[in-house]
Design a protein around this ligand. Sequence first.
Ligand SMILES: [Zn+2]
Length: 135
Amino acid sequence: MLPAEERRQAQEILTASRKLVKHCGQLREAEVAVALLRDAMKQSASEALRRMIHGKLRDGSLPNDGIQATIPGRPGDGSICGACDHIVASYDLMMMLAPREESSHSSPREVTPIPLHADCFEFWNRERPTFTPSS
Ligand SMILES: [Zn+2]
């Protein structure tokens, strides 16, 4: 038989452990909820970007064809991304999207390359085949 004091301490430890186990369960639930939320946010962020890219394909600010075969990439220089309208920072890879110059034109119009984040570029590249002007 344990002395009363030791029994009381053992009981306290037991209660604390039970609370901890319960707390861990809640923590795991919270982690799951956070993961789900993060997924949902990522999904809505890419959905927003997808809509933005579609809008720009539609209004012509992003080409959906007729670009150069090789797209040069370089560190960002603070230009505004042509897809998401955010600055391409120096730690980002910047893709320079340039509409292909048509040789048939006697006076080829000045083509301004469109800077894009590497991620936005990939997104644009994935989206453009699915784009139709009527959609
Ligand atoms: Zn971007």
